[in-house]
Write a protein that binds this ligand. Sequence first.
Ligand SMILES: Nc1ncnc2c1ncn2[C@@H]1O[C@H](COP(=O)(O)OP(=O)(O)OP(=O)(O)O)[C@@H](O)[C@H]1O
Length: 610
Amino acid sequence: MRGPFWRSGLGCAETCGRPAVSLILRRRASQFPGSRNTLSKYDLPSTPCRTRFAPSPTGYLHLGSIRTALYNYLLARATNGQFVLRLEDTDQSRLVGDAEAKLYEDLRWAKLTYDEGPDIGGPYGPYRQSERLPIYDEHVNRLLKEGKAYRCFCTPKQIDELNAAKTKALEAGHHHDDLKSSNPCFHISAEESEERASKGEKYAVIYKPSPTPLQVDDIVYTKFRNARPESEFIIRKRDGFPTYHLANVVDDHLMKITHVIRGAEWLISTPRHVDLYRAFGWEPPQFAHVGLLVDKNRQKLSKRHDAVHLAWYKQRNIAPEALHNFAALLGWAPKARKEKTDFMTLDDMVNNFHLRFTKGDVMVNLHKLEYLKEKHNVHLISQEPRDEAQVKEYIVRPLETALNGFPMESNSDSTAAVLPLTPEMALQTKAAYDQETGTITDLAYFLEAARFTTLHLWNPTQFVARYRWLLWQPPKSALEDSLRRLVKMDSYEGLTIGEEFLNRIEVVMFIRDIMKSIPEEKWNVDFLSQAIKDMNIKVKRDKASPKENIYSPLQWALIASENGPAVWEQMVFLGREETLIRLDHALEVTKYFETAREGEDIEGLGPQSQ
Ligand SMILES: Nc1ncnc2c1ncn2[C@@H]1O[C@H](COP(=O)(O)OP(=O)(O)OP(=O)(O)O)[C@@H](O)[C@H]1O
């Protein structure tokens, strides 16, 4: 439905007064006049602030709205003030059934506790706008009585016709301002207007704005004014509900809100709000219009555009604390340099809060979320005392789920086994992870692996998949598979297959023999790294083959992969006993394949494992 001509064309002004974002997004921050910051505005007020988060229940919370909620929460907490939740449910046509219940659930999950709200009440309730209609009526009547607004009895059809006429007139060269009050209802006398309303005729109420553009003092955008005076705008719709413009002004005033932190899509409408404050003779609150969070197409994250809601983050096991850091840092940063690199708790944020927000849209990059998730994990692990419930929820449980997705091979597994798995080979596994119950029995073991592997715990599935051979499963079937592939090749990296087999057998035997001579007490990173480097020099000197380093065959023998953490780190992690078992096993299995290959019993090497 198109709106009447006297509306400025701002979004769904015809239904609720909420702006269409695309219009606003095209207007970049740098285009806003008077955008120089003044420092004092960034400091926190010395008196308690009352802030509010006022979503509409027309969908679920997303990153953009939760960040706004967080900033308001932080300001209230940082000044010992109050954080108010208000439900802006005046756009009845867009209500989503379970949005309100979900809002409470999401805010609880996000740990953004509010002091007053629709579900808990408070001294300035009700906090659901649909329950405040008499309050808005009272204020609309006041503006009508004072001649600052007038009733429009036009039907939607008439409004469409008026709009069409206005478009035509503009096309014919008439100036926008000349047509401002060409609404016929503007000229209806106060008596007639009263009478028609009292007879039950449906009407909207239109505000007559100030003839000169008004200035907004904004913390982020400093002094802002629109180039033109405001067009007339609706403050009460034909269905009796107020538009956003009226409701937010009346509510913020009556609820004694001192600071309004909201998305920059509202900046352009704020002169209207300031105009209304003036009309009522009220002092406006302090505004801070924060940059919009946008996706890679520069589209505002919004319910209208199906931005991913909080459930997405919950499903990915993102802790609220990680989300706080992620959301807060999109357009704000703590003052102290050191803290920028640290993981912040909600309390840290409260203690470091200030009002210096960045201007302009902020594009959301989810990679940073992974980084913060990892930081949160590190925070959980290193915290003293540890919050065991959180460690369980965000580290242990996801790891167990990942581990259970990769069941350990058993001796009776006939799909891969050529050589029997000795019981000792499952040594590490049994100690750290109980496959029977699917639970981790030694978390420290996994944390240690996460410490020295490059792939951290933020993605446990990848972590476990990549390091399963190192973590809890000897690389038996993987070694066999790689050899099975090798015997079917003609050559391997410049060597014949026979030379490659010989090379592996020689190198692994050489390493194994030296490793066996290293006692337990010298089994540490320093000693092993030196020993392995020395071995490598020796092999390079003695062997004239192109495969003159020991790292690749060694990695392969230990974890059936040529990539991984430094081999000495792996050896220390596995321990002396397990390392020697693995080297023995790699040697045995390579010899076995070499014998079969020489006897050309390639097909008899057993079925391929998955
Ligand atoms: N992408 C965003 N960036 C910054 N602030 C946002 C963003 N989305 C919402 N907000 C702010 O969060 C608060 C609540 O938003 P609201 O419930 O209207 O969500 P919305 O997604 O903007 O909804 P709609 O799609 O209906 O416009 C408002 O102050 C709004 O300015």
